[in-house]
Design a protein around this ligand. Structure first.
Ligand code: HAM
Length: 463
């Protein structure tokens, strides 16, 4: 089955995937906890959809001609395992909006008549060329607002609320210098008119474009606008702009979104070239970019309206708007900001100023354990484990050593992990009086084993 040559060769994580180790996960958890708290304040509930879906969902929802569907999906033919099953093409989700809308349709959430406000946090998969801020498995924190027309899902207030929520979330997370760019890509009528104009403008120049863009000029001209091909940029920049093809409805909708953003004090820049790389978008589209830490992959998050997506997936009319934050990029930004702060503080200190920056790890990491139990001699291991069980059940954070360790090794290990060490030797086991030492104060005392939990809880737990 495998063609590996040397069985002793260590196996590495697959290109474009990463392990997040315990010194990194506190920051990830902190970001997710903050996002959950902010989403709760805006009335969002969590949805968890499968990590793989029928390939057709993305082909229809995201669009056959998009880079995501045409080049980047992890797709496989899933063989039937029984006569009752059909073989089918499956795909690891490259994004979650299509899956969320599928679930909305499948569970008839529209029949409640209520606006559905749903958020998700989870991995996505795209076969892109890996680089800083771009991975093949990456994480998104996203949200969707969707409902029947009568629920007000189409209202510009929903667009502005989502954007204001994002501004508040990024501020609360401490992301500095973010920039919101937005545009309207019009409704389906506007898009039809714009497509005709694009085709006309592309016809005389299409032969000068790269082969991918030549094909797109035929099949889905809007996608030519997302092209990153350097040589094609002059031609792309001279193409007509969607803003000039918006009908009154779309212009009015967009103006109302902007007015609500002004009222909330959310700063933005209208970028008439922002069309986004997925086919389902209608009217408002947006991206938040940052200047620190991401280099060329500076889009921290993207989103927009998708008023026709439910119908494209065979569902009822259900306008919607949503976004997805690239969590990996959010973390990189926070880390780069903390690094910049630290460098600035060090520079200030070396010129005589106060040293104020703490490392990101100090700021986000969990504090040390309450205590380390050191059994003295292997015979004390069972009693040590039983004591650990009692203390843990009372909510304390405990590590247990091994009675085989020399006392010096137990102390070294304990000092790295915990704020206190509890010594459990034969004397202690017999007398029921345990030795407790605080590393911070150096104080050592004999404590009755039944009192240990109370004492540890009464001591300052902030390290
Ligand atoms: P998207 O622009 O394709 O939109 O992705 C959203 C964000 O995910 C990007 O801005 C970026 O931060 C992050 N991202 C995308 N690809 C990668 C990658 N390979 N590595 C690391 N981060 C990446 C969507 O996915 C839409 N579903 C957003 C949406 C929700 N629109 C409406 N509702």
């Amino acid at each position: 089955m495998s063609n590996t040559t040397d069985k002793r060769q260590p196996i590495k994580a697959v290109r474009g995937t990463r392990d997040l180790l315990p010194d990194q996960t506190p920051l990830w958890n902190r970001v997710e906890t903050t996002a959950r708290a902010v989403f709760a304040r805006y009335g969002f509930g969590e949805i968890r959809t499968p990590i793989f879906e029928a390939t057709e969902l993305f082909a229809r929802g995201v669009g056959e001609e998009t880079d995501i569907v045409s080049k980047e999906m992890f797709t496989w033919e899933d063989r039937a395992r029984a006569a009752s099953e059909k073989a089918q093409s499956l795909t690891l989700r490259p994004e979650s909006t299509a899956g969320v809308v599928r679930a909305y349709i499948e569970h008839k959430l529209g029949e409640t008549g209520q606006l559905q406000k749903l958020f998700y946090i989870g991995p996505q998969f795209r076969r892109e060329r890996p680089q800083r801020g771009r991975y093949r498995q990456f994480w998104q924190i996203g949200a969707e607002v969707i409902g029947p027309q009568t629920s007000g899902a189409e209202s510009p207030i929903r667009d502005a609320e989502v954007l204001e929520m994002l501004a508040s979330l990024l501020d609360e997370l401490g992301i500095r210098d973010w920039k919101l760019e937005l545009n309207s890509v019009g409704n389906s009528d506007d898009r039809a008119r714009y497509n005709i104009a694009l085709r006309e403008a592309l016809a005389p120049v299409a032969h000068q474009l790269c082969p991918d863009n030549q094909r797109r000029a035929e099949t889905n001209p809007l996608r030519v606008l997302d092209s990153k091909d350097e040589a094609d940029q002059d031609i792309i920049n001279a193409l007509p702009r969607i803003a000039d093809y918006l009908g009154e409805d779309s212009r009015d909708h967009f103006a109302q979104v902007l007015a609500a953003l002004d009222a909330c004090g959310v700063q933005y820049h209208v970028n008439p070239r922002l069309v986004r790389g997925l086919d389902y978008y209608t009217r408002t589209t947006f991206e938040f970019t940052v200047t620190t830490g991401l280099g060329t992959q500076n889009a921290l998050l993207g989103g927009g309206r998708y008023d026709g997506l439910s119908e494209m997936l065979g569902g009822p009319r259900a306008p919607g708007i949503g976004f997805a934050i690239g969590e990996d990029r959010l973390i990189l930004t926070l880390q780069a900001q903390a690094e910049a702060d630290r460098a600035a503080a060090e520079a200030a200190q070396s010129s005589g100023g106060p040293f104020i920056a703490r490392s990101l790890r100090d700021e986000w990491a969990t504090s040390k354990l309450d205590a380390y139990i050191a059994p003295i001699g292997p015979a004390q291991n069972p009693a040590a484990l039983a004591l650990a069980r009692d203390l843990r059940r009372q909510g304390l954070t405990i590590e247990v050593g091994d009675g085989k360790f020399k006392l010096g090794k137990s102390f070294d290990t304990a000092d790295k992990l915990a704020r206190h060490i509890i010594l459990l030797g034969e004397d202690e086991a017999q007398s029921g009086m345990l030795t407790l030492k605080s590393f911070a104060s150096g104080e050592q005392s004999k404590i009755r084993s039944t009192e240990i939990a109370k004492i540890l809880k009464s001591l300052d737990r902030i390290f």
